[in-house]
Design a protein around this ligand. Sequence first.
Ligand SMILES: [Zn+2]
Length: 329
Amino acid sequence: MPFAQFPGNEKVKEILRLALRRKKLPRSLILVDSSGGGADRLAQILAQAVNCLQQQDDACGLCANCQAIEAGRFPDVLVVEPEKEIIRVEKIREVKRLAYLKPMIGRYRVFIIRQSEKMNEQAANTFLKVLEEPPASTLFILLTANPHLLLPTIRSRCQELHLAPLPREMLEKYLTQAGKDKNEARLLAYLVKGDIEEILKFDLQELRPKRENLWELVKSCLQEGPFSVRIKEYTSLGKHHRLLWLEALEIMASFWRDILLMKLRAPEELMINYDFREEIKRISSVVSIEIAEKSLKWLDQAAEDIKKNLNIQVIINSYLSRYQGQDNA
Ligand SMILES: [Zn+2]
């Protein structure tokens, strides 16, 4: 895949292309990606670019080498990843042995090390030795979300590039180009976190029961009655799962956002939860713009409080209690 088809991170791509053009690409790179910027895909593009038969500073995506790398059957590109959460020394010894051999058919041997921070001490020390005596035609690409867990001596010998998360609109566009239905792409881009490839494979049906529950919770906020009853229905999340609650609040915010959009007479195709559109339209006809706007603000506040490690039960109770005494319509 050419760099141009990789969505986002324009600066990082420009740095890499410039380095390729000037033949100054560092022999060892760390791609830091903590929020699904697509480091895996970018590493593959780099492996193609240094071995492409057509281009010097890009991957054509069409030549035999580019295609074999894309298909994962190019003998000079090796992907290393942890087994049971550890990259052991045996694997890195194999990397070391191969790294000093001439490439078999390409210009470069490329080693892509996924979750490279999971090298154990022995593996990391062996790898460090390779970096200290870098082989001639080899490129190491270390992927990690936590570069501070790598040995400082490894970090100092690599150029580090940080990937930014993709803006939602860009992700949505990418998913549509990859063949997703427009509505589905919007929902995925908004609700699913992770690497682009993971998002592409995600089955939205998995999220459906949770979304239904949360939609019920949104609706019940608008009704009279003690909020402890409402929250009881949602205790399956557990009081302590901060990440799950953050996701839940985000899903609730997406419903409120859609309600607000309908109140503002925005076109329906902007709706995130397109599969709930009839219900959302019905609810939007009975709540005020004010309460929709406030709900979004309150949910934001609750998410901030959860990030600050405050007590979840207190936060959620306080969120729900805000609706008490509010005139919804
Ligand atoms: Zn090519």
